[in-house]
Design a binder for this molecule. Structure first.
Ligand SMILES: Cc1cc2nc3c(=O)[nH]c(=O)nc-3n(C[C@H](O)[C@H](O)[C@H](O)COP(=O)(O)OP(=O)(O)OC[C@H]3O[C@@H](n4cnc5c(N)ncnc54)[C@H](O)[C@@H]3O)c2cc1C
Length: 388
């Protein structure tokens, strides 16, 4: 190949494709871009959920929408309406199809799948990117490769989960009844809950999620998931249509950026994951839009926006409380939704909260529990900043 590009994007997953999609919208003014992606094929490998607030990017693609949800704890169920801020679910195959089609229609962008970076990316005048079959050079690089070997110490907490999309013969699910959190008090090594997203009366995505200091691979959570699927399907038997799993950081030390501003690390481990939830989809979309704009107009890359200090402290305090005492986590979530309106909580979870929203969140949480976590929080903050 031996071509020169304005931009090479390493990794065409959520962050890489989102950036390329935004660039594709500039038509012939789009910088000459190459995406190098390891996978051969795009499949429905994950599901992105987010609240419908302030016209979320790609929200119009989401085929599933819930206007009410339930939180369950200790055999009690609390139901909440979210008509004004519905909860959306976007299967990744729809996102990939839409972004790939926009990218392919712009001749300034090339996507190479089944290609892997084999060497260190070095700068010799321009960045040199070597795969097993070709060498390309670039003025700018956005590197979205995830950390392959995650260890416990890379994040204050982790969100590990495994989910199966299942189909039953009868009508075991209630299509408009989303279960956001159904806490499992039998799990002692973290805060565990079931998340059940019914896509029809006979199909649902059911996930077993754990917030904890340890990382759990899918196999470690599968038995618990199967037990809960039996409960949710009332032992009537079911067919597994699809599986997904993940381990997301909650409060990770961000990948250290290079001094050279023409090389940017982006994606889940570079600031996309929200510490208190691990979720990243809308944060990636907002970054991609800003970064594309900056690249086209100012010929420079844009890092992920740093979280405002107050939000960061609130997230860390929340993580610290759950880490210290996972069993109290269920109570914290129940109190949060009981004492605050859904929009306030959704705003907070989606980086849209006003100072008033933040105040409402703080005052709705058990004060003593949170105050007693402050010394631990300071230690965690130091660890995150790498100060010891
Ligand atoms: C199953 C699952 C469900 C999730 N659900 C939600 C959700 O509901 N809401 C939410 O906000 N967030 C969710 N997330 C978190 C987050 O939004 C996703 O992880 C998102 O895909 C992160 O985007 P990314 O680009 O950083 O990583 P990825 O999407 O994983 O992209 C990285 C890409 O780099 C490629 N790659 C790796 N190594 C190389 C190499 N050497 N050369 C070339 N390419 C390479 C990979 O093949 C991959 O395509 C979920 C994550 C998972 C795993």
């Amino acid at each position: 190949m031996n071509q020169h590009f304005d931009l090479v994007i390493i990794g065409g997953g959520c962050a890489g494709l989102s950036l390329a999609y935004q660039l594709s919208q500039f038509g012939e003014n789009c910088p000459k871009t190459l995406i190098i992606e390891e996978r051969e094929l795009y499949t429905n490998d994950r599901t992105w959920c987010f609240w419908d607030l302030k016209e979320p990017i790609h929200g119009d693609l989401a085929p599933y929408k819930w206007k009410k949800f339930t939180i369950k704890n200790n055999h009690m169920a609390f139901e909440y309406g979210c008509q004004e801020t519905p909860y959306l679910m976007l299967p990744s195959d729809i996102f990939y199809k839409n972004t790939l089609s926009a990218i392919k229609s712009n001749t300034q962008i090339q996507l190479l799948t089944g290609e892997k970076i084999v060497d260190k990316v070095i700068k010799k005048g321009a960045w040199q990117i070597q795969t097993s079959t070709f060498l390309a050079s670039a003025s700018n690089v956005v590197d979205t490769r995830p950390i392959k070997t995650m260890t416990k110490k890379d994040s204050l907490m982790w969100q590990s989960f495994v989910g199966y999309e299942v189909e039953v013969e009868g009508q075991q699910f209630i299509e408009d009844q989303l279960v956001l959190m159904d806490f499992d008090s039998n799990f002692k090594e973290g805060l565990a809950f079931i998340y059940c997203l019914p896509t029809s009366n006979s199909k649902a995505l059911i996930e077993y999620t754990v917030f904890s200091e340890e990382l759990f691979v899918a196999e470690q959570l599968t038995d618990r998931l199967l037990e809960k699927i039996n409960e949710y399907t009332k032992n009537a038997g079911y067919k597994i249509i699809r599986k997904e799993a993940g381990i997301l950081p909650m409060g990770n030390q961000l990948i250290e950026q290079k001094e050279d501003p023409t090389y940017l690390f982006a994606g889940l481990f570079a600031g996309a994951a929200r510490p208190s939830s691990g979720y990243a989809f809308q944060r990636i979309q907002n970054w991609a839009k800003e970064c594309a704009f900056e690249l086209k107009n100012k010929h420079q890359l844009k890092k992920f926006k740093k979280d405002a200090w107050i939000q960061k402290w609130m997230d860390l305090l929340f993580i610290t409380v759950i880490k210290k005492n996972p069993t109290i986590g269920a109570k914290v979530f129940v109190e949060l939704f009981k004492n605050c309106d859904v929009r306030t909580v959704a705003n907070f979870m989606s980086d849209h909260s006003s100072p008033w929203d933040k105040l409402k969140i703080v005052t709705s949480l058990p004060a003593l529990t949170f105050l007693s976590a402050i010394p631990e929080l300071i230690r965690s903050k130091r660890r995150l900043d790498g100060s010891h």
